[in-house]
Design a protein around this ligand. Sequence first.
Ligand code: ADP
Length: 484
Amino acid sequence: AGFDLKDPTLLHHQCLINGQWRDAISGEQLEVTNPASGAVLTSVAYAGADETQQAIDAAAAALPDWRALTARSRAAILRRWFELMLQHKDDLARIMTLEQGKPLAEASGEIVYAASYLEWYAEEAKRLYGEIIPSPAKDRRLMVLRQPVGVCAAITPWNFPAAMITRKVGPALAAGCTMVVKPSELTPLSALALGELALRAGVPPGVFNLVVGEAASIGKTLTDSPVVRKLSFTGSTGVGRKLMAQSAPTIKKLSLELGGNAPFIVFDDADLDAAVAGAVASKYRNAGQTCVCTNRFLVQAGVYDAFAAKLTQAVQALKVGNGLEAGVEQGPLINKEAVNKVSALLEDACSQGAKIVLGGKPHPLGGLWFSPTVVTDVTDTMRLFSEEIFGPVSSLIRFETEEQAISLANDTIFGLASYLYSRDAARIWRVSEALEYGMVGINTGLISTEVAPFGGIKQSGQGREGSHHGLDDYTELKYLAWAN
Ligand code: ADP
């Protein structure tokens, strides 16, 4: 009820295993709620270990035929899936906003972004080149083949309910792997709609499976299985550590896209208006709930007050509300724990001398809304400095020298995204090289694209998604020494 879709058959409530929609064996159901109202949208199957094992078996059975298709045939199917996503963009965006809360325009943007991974890897599928190595001996020829890893698993989060799936499934299927995906239990409907479109695109049974349900037992079944050769996970560093440990006994290949603590460095010579625009885009997108959202604004003393004033003015103008309403720029947070965490981080900062310039508390709308917030005088002893906020809070830290900025920026266990604003080419080069991060946005707050390698270093994870490098993570090298 209330979904109001042009194509209601996009809504599914069961797991997708071996090309069939299946209930949980136990018959258990899970309620899916709308974070904007708390209302129950619908219920979906709540599966566990047994259904996961069925999905692994299906993926293993489907592997030989899928792997044996020509790259061109796999590419054609991925391409159809991409086109179907665009055709159904409006419905997919609506489903996402209803279960996740992000503004409809952002949801729509995510569908286009998510689809772009299917398009890109449909193209890359055809370019999985091997190599011939000049031989050190006359009697032999040396060659390298690139073969699919095999059955892969993916565990994905709620903040990008569509893109985090296609970013893994696109390269996996392109390479000739089959996959079992466990989407977040908070946003299963977006995942299941992708499953429906995969079937319509002609993805064969067992090649792409979706198991919705109890996270720990599904995760354990996936990691324990020797048939599953690789796990790709996007989520918190804590769960990532656990899955990495669980994957040790079977020596699984891993791609981990974990938490971040992105610095956004504004130097005295920056274009301040551009920096403020970039700051708002990087911080308040998805209400601050992305792993590349700015977590710490490091601002040089000469422009600190001016930047704080301009940023506050821009943030004050953000329209907060239900993501389905026109013009809304910030929706609710995902759940009560998220609201509580943001409040606790701000309390900690204020008790140590930080100043709230704007917001700082739950929004008058109530529910799961939090007011867009700006805090100044943040220091490195506060939790805001070291923990991922995942909420609409800009925390400003003052610095004097370039060395100090680099040292503050790198003073974290994380290393995902970073940003810097400057007009001095030499400084941009120096600082970009010194930042211990997988990605650096220079004079921009938006860096994600399917054509570039997304990923982190340090405890933000390993592996890269997107670009031609993203395909490498789903292939194994096989060396052939061919003697005459
Ligand atoms: P987030 O902060 O994005 O919610 P999580 O790491 O909690 O990050 O969740 C990301 C994904 O990991 C979700 O699909 C969630 O269900 C899953 N997950 C959480 N705990 C476990 C676990 N113990 N084993 C496997 N998956 C898990």
